[in-house]
Write a protein that binds this ligand. Structure first.
Ligand code: AMP
Length: 213
């Protein structure tokens, strides 16, 4: 099955996608993670998009579409995929229609102030990728990774000003996709206040039932 996770930054799409990926054996494709990897490796694409990610703006549609099109050709996608953070504009959604079939779009609903609390408290260990939250999931010792002892950092685009910008970009550019997929009858709204695990249970449960039927 081919799924899209739609929703504002900080809604927990990535966390839920990782759980659903394990449960359903499908690929998890996060365009944000793909761009961050390119930046880490300092590839030409990485250098090109670095300042865009830092500001919270969107990377050019053509660059993004091409990256996703190539990723969807990789072998781990054969049983299906979760697109996390893509499409983010109507132009991207139109393009995606040309190269893939989509079964269901999950729209994660969350209060914006909650997003700001979640994202601005997020800290990461750069070498392991482990994610903490100063309030909800703190490390054992303040400011350092539980296993490696490395100092935790705040992603540039998790800073409060940038999150507010990312939310504004979301409202202007991505929000219209809710209507786009609703009109097609494949949108499912999901309130995620119940927590990531419950949301993952609901999503995985829907598709397990299809498989058993
Ligand atoms: P994310 O981790 O999904 O919030 O993405 C982090 C950043 O990567 C975004 O703020 C954008 O700068 C860029 N990005 C990720 N996905 C897209 C996309 N579909 N279109 C354009 N830019 C994207």
């Amino acid at each position: 099955m081919n799924l899209i996770f739609l929703g504002p930054p900080g809604a927990g799409k990535g966390t839920i996608a990782k759980m659903v990926k394990e449960r359903l054996g499908i690929a998890h494709i996060s365009t944000g993670d793909l761009f961050r990897q390119q930046i880490k490796d300092q590839t030409p694409l990485g250098k090109q998009v670095e300042s865009i990610l830092a500001s919270g703006g969107l990377v050019d549609d053509e660059i993004t579409n091409e990256m996703v099109r190539a990723r969807l050709k990789e072998p781990d996608v054969k049983n299906g995929f979760i697109l996390d953070g893509y499409p983010r504009t109507i132009a991207q959604a139109n393009k995606l229609d040309n190269f893939s079939r989509i079964d269901t779009v999950f729209n994660f609903i969350i209060d914006e102030e909650e997003v700001i609390r979640r994202v601005s408290g997020r800290r990461v260990c750069q070498s392991t990728g482990r994610i903490y939250h100063i309030e909800f999931n703190p490390p054992k010792v303040e400011g350092v990774d539980d296993e490696t002892g490395e100092r935790l950092v705040q992603r540039e685009d998790d800073k409060e000003d940038t999150i507010r910008n990312r939310l504004e970009v979301y409202r202007q550019q991505t929000y219209p996709l809710i209507d786009y997929y609703e009109k097609r009858g494949i949108l499912r709204n999901l309130e995620i206040e119940t927590g990531s695990e419950k949301a993952a249970d609901i999503i995985a449960g829907m598709f397990n039932r299809f498989e058993e039927a």
